[in-house]
Ligand binder design. Structure first.
Ligand SMILES: [Zn+2]
Length: 245
């Protein structure tokens, strides 16, 4: 299948979506995209996927996309060699510099895929994973199907992009209202140990500060004293707080 007409359509859709040009960045962004599309060493498959990933170039995303990223890794299969170089089809970086999220997006069928390649890919995946990369593979068939959807539905949002963003968001583990409710997250943020506390009057279970002896039940509004459970070991008590070991 010839991808060229689809590539052109998607490129024009992206340009159209930038028409408001609030930040005066349109020309620069379109130039970056066109530079990639005009490359003679990239395959149509790579170009199509690049456009899918850059569907919302004006967005303030939490990550950057680097095509054809070279990386130097340890070879866990052969520790006698000092390292092994790999080219990643699309490297996606997010998070903080000291604790980054690294996603390697690979398109299979990009290079010819025989048994030998499958073995090499598997080795590559293991080495990437050992170095903290998350590997996502898409087949060329999937990329073909995805790009066709764009010409069928003008407002199509790529399933790839959604799944990649979900993976990044999950790995980033940003503080949200949702996970603030989780005792583990709240403990990390506040310094208290948060957990399940049971009212001794009505039996209602609620999230509370485990360090605290005196509680007011959210359900029956009565005050109660929390008794330590058998597995809880404390270093001591001070000002009405337990300090755990
Ligand atoms: Zn109660």
């Amino acid at each position: 299948m010839d991808l060229k007409p689809y590539i052109q359509t998607l490129r024009n859709q992206i340009e159209y979506s930038l028409r408001r040009d609030e930040f005066g960045l349109k020309d620069m962004m379109i130039k970056d995209i066109d530079d990639y599309l005009n490359s003679e060493v990239k395959s149509d498959l790579e170009k199509a996927f690049f456009l899918v990933l850059n569907q919302f170039p004006g967005d303030n995303s939490d990550y950057i996309i680097i095509p054809n990223e070279m990386v130097l890794l340890e070879d866990v299969y052969d520790m006698s060699t000092p390292g092994i170089e790999y080219e990643i089809d699309f490297a996606i970086y997010g998070g903080s510099v000291n604790d980054p999220v690294k996603v390697a997006v690979e398109i299979d069928g990009q290079r010819s895929h025989g048994q030998k390649h499958v073995r090499k890919d598997r080795r590559k995946d293991v080495n990437l994973q050992a170095a903290g990369w998350l590997v996502m593979r898409f087949t060329s068939k999937e990329v073909h199907e995805e790009i066709i959807k764009f010409s069928e539905h003008e407002n199509h949002v790529s399933d790839f992009l959604i799944s990649i963003e979900n993976v990044i968001r999950q790995k980033l583990d940003l503080v949200t209202g949702n996970n603030y409710g989780r005792p583990k997250v709240r403990s990390l943020l506040t310094g208290y140990s948060w957990g399940d506390v049971q009212c001794t009057n009505c039996g209602h279970r609620q999230i509370g500060v485990l360090n605290r002896k005196k509680h007011t039940c959210k359900h029956c509004k009565e005050k109660f004293i929390r008794q330590l459970e058998a597995h809880e070991r404390i270093a001591g008590e001070h000002n009405g707080l337990y300090y755990f070991l």
